[in-house]
Design a protein. Structure first.
Ligand SMILES: [Zn+2]
Ligand SMILES: [Zn+2]
Ligand SMILES: [Zn+2]
Length: 667
């Protein structure tokens, strides 16, 4: 390395150049030619000791290997300081590293800028487009603000869709703040799977928290999920959110998240005694009159009648008090830990300085962790059997084979409860038998159970079955008296069974048209990802999986070609074109297509049919004429009418989103 050494300036025509470290030379410039006059064969400075040698600029550089390692660690969200410490430890000390902390930070910052060089929003949309190309069921929808910025963004993948079809009866809707540098609220749709674990249904970044924005989000959710709406929606009580839910899911029961309520209670009511009262009012198994009585006396004795939070909360008691919610199926949402868990867990992956692209990457990792948890628990549920302890062995054995471990624990409590029941009589009304039971210690409360011996139907007037989806101890007691060893089919809720995700029991995939195909694809892709996970650990398993899949593919190919009357073989596959390559500047180009497409529409409504791509009608009103000559699959990444959401017609435009997603030619 050549450099000007300041110690040797001796005149206008003289310059000194230090050719480190072996020799020093003084030169003279004569008509642009440098001539060497003297050579000093010594260093003009102290040599740096060995302990500093790794800091000398000439010795520093990040090798490609270092860079690759940094990139992959960064991908998994490891903080830069820890990457530095890890790599130093790996190479035997900081002195052995060829770069400094500053070099590392500069490198990572440069990579970050390069990734979003076309802008964060464009990079995010491109990333999601890439995902949509790899997995046909990934769907993303976004809006554009009046000044051409990314408004709201909503995205789901195939496994989320198939999980929603199975477990979307109860859906929680949670806003998280400080998850990105634009301060856009992040919405997480989640529910509980058959193991009572959290499962994610989708994510959204919202432009703001207005009712119209939530409405856009929910309408897109319903559209993407094949029109399935939840029965119960759990929220943190945001007013705009509640209004949008009432509009889009009019039949759904609204429930407030217990964890959020408790948190608000701590903030808004200083009386610590009231917190205990509130918790009891929320979770205790009161009858309605008992609840009212308890609340009135407790609030009066604490002098909180005029506290505004207490008043407001009481007004929406139907959304949180167990007394009013009894009989509403809640998929285990009575326990408060779920919301707390998902909030704390997801926040661990997010930073308030993250770009949207980084946020989307981080959430991908969150979903992978949740899915891995499910596979682990599914394994234990399938291959380990619990010890029978209740004394009603045949019923317990049947239940243990049927339910997942988490649900079986609850069912077992009910089977155990049979021992505490007192028999209070048995009557017959025509063909129906009526049993009466009371519990030891509470002789006044009698429960009636109706039993129909012909079609093995059992009904109890306690609301355990309705709210938890499992039979109560009264029902098990009748089974004992009647000698039934198996739980009747009418009392088995599929979503709690070990085989809830078994592809053989997926009626939603039987639906006709594109929607059915989309769901079938989602179902198969979740099944094959399980094959990949289970088959990749051991070499023998891998060989077995590979051979089985190869023979399956062969058989499927024969079926497809026999039906089409063609010849089996790879040649037929040429009919399918390559998917559209994700554009790095997707958003601006899309805007152009968007405009051209909508020009002929005199009303100025920017809509295109998803089936044929022609503006002026929708896929629902399409005549079947296909201008592009392909039958598209309605997915991919697509802008919805962002302008529409500004002039107040969001409902119409969002329910019929414009999809310019990828079209595949179908054989
Ligand atoms: Zn919550
Ligand atoms: Zn009962
Ligand atoms: Zn059409």
């Amino acid at each position: 390395m050549w450099g000007v050494s300041t110690g040797f300036w001796s005149g206008e025509t003289f310059s000194a150049i230090d050719r480190a470290p072996d020799m020093l030379s003084t030169m003279i410039v004569l008509s642009d030619v440098w001539k060497v006059r003297t050579i000093f064969d010594e260093h003009n400075h102290e040599l740096a000791p060995a302990m500093f040698s790794h800091l000398l600029p000439s010795h520093r550089s990040m090798s490609n290997g270092d860079k690759a390692q940094v990139d992959s660690m960064k991908q998994f969200g490891i903080p830069t300081a820890k990457i530095m410490a890890y790599m130093a430890g790996q190479s035997g000390g900081y002195g052995m590293l060829r770069f400094t902390k500053r070099d590392l930070y500069n490198y990572i910052h440069g990579q970050r800028l390069a990734r979003i060089s076309d802008g964060d929003a464009v990079a995010t949309i491109s990333y999601l487009e890439g995902k949509a190309n790899a997995d046909m069921t990934t769907v993303a929808r976004y809006t554009r603000t009046a000044d051409d910025r990314l408004g709201s963004l909503f995205w789901v993948d195939g496994e989320m869709m198939s999980d929603y079809q199975l477990f979307g009866d109860v859906m929680a809707f949670d806003s998280t703040y400080r998850s990105n540098k634009y301060k856009k609220p992040l919405v997480v749709f989640s529910g509980s799977n058959h193991h009572k674990q959290t499962t994610i249904f989708g994510f959204a970044l919202l432009e703001d928290e207005e009712v119209r924005t939530y409405r856009w989000l929910l309408l897109n959710l319903v559209d993407v999920m094949g029109e399935k709406t939840p029965c119960v929606v759990v929220t943190d009580g945001d007013k705009a959110m509640r209004a949008a839910i009432a509009e889009v899911f009019p039949a759904a029961r609204h429930r407030l998240c217990g964890w959020h309520l408790e948190k608000n209670c701590v903030q808004r009511v200083k009386d610590t005694e009231f917190r205990k009262v509130f918790k009891k009012a929320m979770y205790a198994n009161f009858e309605v009159e008992d609840f009212e009585e308890y609340w009135k006396t407790a609030v009066e004795s604490l002098g909180l009648q005029n506290n505004s939070w207490v008043q407001q909360t009481y007004e929406v008691k139907e959304s949180w008090a167990t007394a009013y919610l009894r009989g509403t199926f809640c998929a285990g949402y009575r326990t408060t830990s779920r919301c707390e868990g998902i909030n704390a867990y997801i926040k661990g992956f997010l930073k308030s300085t993250d770009s949207i692209l980084e946020l989307v990457h981080s959430l991908d990792r969150v979903v992978k962790v949740y899915r891995n948890n499910e596979v682990t628990v599914q394994f234990y549920s399938t291959y380990y059997s619990p010890v029978l302890t209740t004394g009603l062995d045949s019923i317990e054995l049947f239940a243990s084979k049927l339910y997942t471990r988490a649900v079986f624990r609850e069912v077992k409590k009910q089977i155990k409860g049979v021992a505490t029941l007192l028999f209070r009589g048995r009557d017959s009304i025509s063909t129906t038998v009526v049993y009466k039971f009371s519990r030891m210690g509470a002789p006044g409360r009698i429960h009636k159970v109706l039993f129909d011996p012909d079609d093995k139907k059992i009904q109890c007037d306690c609301s355990m079955w309705n709210s938890e989806g499992i039979p109560c101890s009264h029902i098990f007691c009748v089974m004992k008296y009647e000698g039934l060893e198996q739980i009747p089919d009418s009392l088995i809720l599929r979503r709690w069974c070990k085989d809830a995700k078994d592809s053989r029991r997926m009626p939603v995939t039987m639906r006709p048209g594109d929607e059915g195909r989309m769901l079938r694809y989602a179902a198969l892709s979740s099944a094959t990802s399980l094959v990949a996970r289970l088959g990749s650990d051991e070499r023998e398993d891998f060989e077995f999986a590979k051979e089985s899949i190869a023979s399956l593919i062969d058989k499927l190919r024969h079926r497809v070609y026999e039906r089409a009357g063609g010849q089996p073989g790879m040649s037929g596959w040429k009919a399918m074109k390559d998917p559209v390559v994700a554009r790095t500047k997707g958003a601006p180009k899309r805007k152009k297509e968007f405009d051209q497409c909508s020009q002929p529409d005199v009303r100025g409504k920017r809509r295109c049919c998803t089936k044929c791509g022609t503006p002026g009608h929708t896929k629902r009103t399409c005549s079947g004429y296909c201008a592009r000559g392909v039958s598209g699959i309605g997915n991919g990444v697509s802008p919805t009418d962002g302008n529409g959401s500004h002039d107040g017609s969001a409902a119409a435009s969002a329910s019929l989103p414009t999809e310019l997603g990828h079209a595949y030619e179908v054989i």
